[in-house]
Design a binder for this molecule. Structure first.
Ligand code: HAM
Length: 449
C-alpha cells in the first residue's frame, strides 16, 4: 500500500516534520464515482426484483451481540474464530461488527411478534465486516445484498430464490454465472455421515494440509472445500453426503431440482459443495463464475437453515436464504447502459448560462426516476472543443449545448455523442418548465430509440 508523505514546518522548533496522509483502514475502501453508479444500479435492481417476488426491505443494526454469531454461524468457523471485529462496549457487553446478515434477520424476526405470526420474506443490503487478508474481491468491510424466507419448509421457496437470483444476475447483464447445488442433510442424517467422513479423514490425515488436520476435529465438512493441492487427492475419494441423505432430505432435494428443471434454470449439482457457516441443512447453493478464479469464485451463497432459530434460543423455524457480495458482483457488471443516459451540460458563455440555468435545474427535477443522469456540470463556461473533450472523457452519451447563437434563436442543442448527431429544441421564453419538459422528453425518446 502506498503511503503519501507530506512535509511541513513545526514553527515551535522551526524543524521540518513529516505529516503522513491518512488512508482508509486496510481492506476497507471508498466507493467513488463512476463505480458508485454501477453500485446504485445494483441496489435498484435488487430492490425492484426482490420486492416484485414479495421480499420486503429489512434493516438491522451494524453491531450485534457477539453471542448471536457464536451460536448461529458457529464457534469453529473461520468467520467466528478468526475474522470477527469484537469489542467490549462502555457497559461491559461484548458486541461485534456483523460479519453476515442472516443471523441478525432471524433475530429481528424472533423479536417481532407481528413478523413471527407468518412466513416472512425479507431482503437487505448493507456493510458486513470480516478481518480477512484483503485481495481482489475480498475486503474487511464489504457489502452484501441478501434475501431470507423465514417460516416455511417448502422446497418451492428454495427453488423460487434460486430462480429469482438467476433472473437477477441476468438482468444485470451477468450471463457468465452458474448455480451449484448440493444437499448437506439434516440433524438426522448428517451425524452418521460425519462419523464415516471423520474415519476416512483420520486414515488419510498424514496427506492433509495443516488446516485440514485441525478441521477433522473441529469442522470436518470444511475439508471438502479445501483448495490446497495437498488435500486434493484425499478429497477426490471422500465419502459423500448424497449417499447418506434420509428420505425427507432426499425428497426435498429432488423437489427443488424438479422445479428448477421445469423452470429451465441451468444448475450443476456439486456433491463437494459445503458452506463456511455452520447453520445450514438440506439445500446449499452458490452462484459462481470461473472468471473470478481462486478461492473467491463465489458471487454469493446460501441455503436452508432450519435449525438456526433453535441455536439462538427459539423453536425450530424452517428457513432459507442467500447473500451476494456487492463488490464481487460489480466486477462483472459493465457500465455501458449507465452511460447510455448520462447527459453533459455545455454552456458556451455567461449570458447563455444565466438564461439556461433555470431550464437545467427544471430538467434535473423532471428526470427523477427516469434513468437520466446529469453528470459533472460545474457550470463553467468553456469553448465547445473543451466541453466536448470533457464530455468524452466522462463517457457521456448526450450533451446539451447552448451559446449566443442558440440564445438569439431561442433554442438548445441536444447532441448524441455516440451517433454524432445533433438537433435543436425550442426554448420557451420565460417558461423554464416547458423548455425543460421538451428537453427531457426528447432525451428519453432518443435514449429508448
Ligand atoms: P457467505 O458465503 O459467507 O454467506 O457470504 C456470501 C457472499 O458474501 C460471498 O459469496 C461473497 O460474495 C461475499 N463475501 C463474503 N466475504 C467477503 C469478503 N471478505 N469480501 C468481499 N465479499 C465477501 C453468508 O454470509 C450467508 N449469510 C448467506 C446466506 C443468506 N445464507 C442464507 N441466507
Amino acid at each position: 500500500m502506498t503511503e503519501i508523505i507530506l512535509f511541513g514546518i513545526d514553527f515551535s522548533t522551526s524543524s521540518v516534520i513529516k505529516i503522513t496522509m491518512i488512508q482508509s483502514p486496510r481492506g476497507m475502501k471508498d466507493v467513488l464515482p463512476p463505480e458508485s453508479g454501477k453500485w446504485e444500479r445494483l441496489e435498484r435492481t435488487a430492490s425492484g426484483i426482490f420486492s416484485s417476488f414479495g421480499y420486503k426491505l429489512l434493516v438491522t443494526p451494524v453491531v450485534e451481540k457477539t453471542e448471536l454469531f457464536v451460536r448461529s454461524v458457529g464457534e469453529a468457523t473461520d468467520v467466528v474464530s478468526k475474522e470477527m471485529y469484537v469489542f467490549t462496549d462502555r457497559g461491559g457487553e461484548s458486541i461485534c461488527l456483523r460479519p453476515e446478515g442472516t443471523a441478525p434477520v432471524m433475530r429481528a424476526y424472533l423479536n417481532s411478534p407481528e413478523l413471527k405470526s407468518r412466513t416472512m420474506k425479507a431482503w437487505y443490503w448493507g456493510p458486513m465486516f470480516r478481518y480477512e487478508r484483503p485481495q481482489k474481491g475480498r475486503y474487511r468491510q464489504f457489502y452484501q445484498f441478501g434475501v431470507e424466507a423465514i417460516g416455511s419448509n417448502s422446497p418451492y421457496i428454495d427453488a423460487e430464490i434460486i430462480y429469482m437470483l438467476d433472473h437477477f444476475y441476468k438482468n444485470l447483464g451477468i450471463l457468465d454465472v452458474r448455480v451449484e447445488l448440493n444437499s448437506i442433510g439434516c440433524e438426522l442424517c448428517r451425524p452418521p455421515y460425519k462419523v464415516q467422513l471423520v474415519d476416512y479423514l483420520k486414515s488419510k490425515s498424514s496427506e492433509l494440509c495443516e488446516d485440514c488436520k485441525k478441521r477433522i476435529e473441529t469442522n470436518p465438512l470444511r475439508v471438502l472445500d479445501c483448495k490446497s493441492e495437498t488435500c486434493s487427492s484425499v478429497i477426490k475419494n471422500v465419502p459423500l453426503m448424497g449417499d447418506f441423505l434420509c428420505s425427507d432430505c432426499k425428497s426435498h432435494n429432488n423437489a427443488v431440482l424438479k422445479v428448477l428443471d421445469d423452470c429451465g434454470v441451468k444448475y450443476s449439482e456439486n456433491p463437494m459443495l459445503v458452506r463456511g457457516l455452520d447453520y445450514y441443512s438440506k439445500t446449499v447453493f452458490e452462484f459462481v463464475s470461473e472468471q473470478l478464479g481462486g478461492r473467491q469464485n463465489a458471487l454469493g451463497g446460501g441455503g436452508r437453515y432450519d435449525s438456526l432459530s433453535e441455536q439462538i434460543g427459539a423453536e425450530k423455524i424452517p428457513s432459507v436464504g442467500y447473500a451476494g457480495g456487492v463488490e464481487r458482483t460489480l466486477l462483472f457488471m459493465n457500465d455501458e447502459d449507465k452511460k447510455a443516459c448520462d447527459v453533459y451540460i455545455a454552456m458556451l458563455d455567461d449570458d447563455t448560462l444565466r438564461a439556461c440555468a433555470p431550464i437545467v435545474f427544471e430538467a434535473k427535477k423532471l428526470s427523477l426516476g427516469e434513468d437520466i443522469n446529469f453528470i459533472d456540470d460545474d457550470f463553467k463556461v468553456r469553448d465547445i472543443k473543451k466541453h466536448l473533450s470533457k464530455a468524452d472523457k466522462l463517457g457521456a452519451r448526450f450533451a446539451i449545448i447552448a451559446g449566443s447563437q442558440e440564445l438569439d434563436s431561442g433554442s438548445l442543442i441536444i447532441k448524441d455523442l455516440m451517433l454524432k448527431k445533433e438537433e435543436k429544441i425550442t426554448m420557451h421564453k420565460n417558461d423554464a418548465k416547458r423548455s425543460a419538459e421538451a428537453v427531457v422528453r426528447r432525451l428519453l425518446e432518443k435514449k429508448n430509440s
